[in-house]
Design a protein around this ligand. Structure first.
Ligand code: SF4
Ligand code: SF4
Length: 172
């Protein structure tokens, strides 16, 4: 009987190379009409992600230095299909490997100074996850630019979902 593989997926070097090479071929296949529109959407997402980065960095500076339960140590953070698709469509290089080989390992991109890769190459969950300390700060945000963070996150969630949906209807 066929059983669905448990995450994290693509933990071996071979499977990581294989999934990224297949996606690369698909997103650059000239026979798949409409892929250029998806690439434009992914580029727009990358731009939105850059805006989000500035706001998230400010928020993290306030909450993360004293945190006792660092979220990057959570077991359920790994690249999924939609993350790799977004990275390929935005014409970025694939990350060098899956975040972890097994659920008991910490994320390989975590360093004593925080995450070592740019926000737009991290698994998407790393950007939309807001912890309770940050939620509290956001709920008190009644001023200026910072409120843009909520808008930016909402926009990115919709874009991320639509990108995968549109790709599947194009490629299948
Ligand atoms: S985002 Fe929140 S849970 Fe994660 S390290 Fe920062 S303070 Fe801690
Ligand atoms: S990719 Fe970066 S932000 Fe995401 S879990 Fe790993 S270290 Fe944390």
């Amino acid at each position: 009987m066929h059983t669905k593989p448990e995450p994290p997926y693509w933990t071996s070097e071979e499977s990581w190379q294989a999934v990224n090479q297949s996606l690369f071929k698909l997103v650059n296949d000239p026979a798949l009409k409409g892929m250029e529109n998806l690439k434009a959407s992914a580029m727009a997402m990358a731009e939105e992600m850059n805006k989000l980065d500035k706001l998230m960095e400010k928020l993290c500076q306030r909450t993360c230095p004293d945190c006792l339960g660092v979220c990057c140590l959570a077991k359920n953070i790994y690249y999924d299909f939609s993350d790799l698709l977004y990275i390929q469509l935005s014409q970025d290089k694939a990350p060098r490997r899956q975040t972890r080989k097994g659920l008991d390992e910490p994320c390989c991109y975590l360093t004593p100074r925080g995450c070592s890769i740019p926000r737009n190459r991290r698994p998407f969950i790393c950007s939309w996850f807001i912890c309770s300390d940050q939620e509290e700060i956001i709920s008190r945000m009644l001023w200026g630019k910072e409120r843009g963070l909520i808008k930016s996150l909402d926009k990115l969630l919709v874009m991320h979902r639509d990108l995968e949906k549109d790709f599947i209807s194009l490629a299948c």
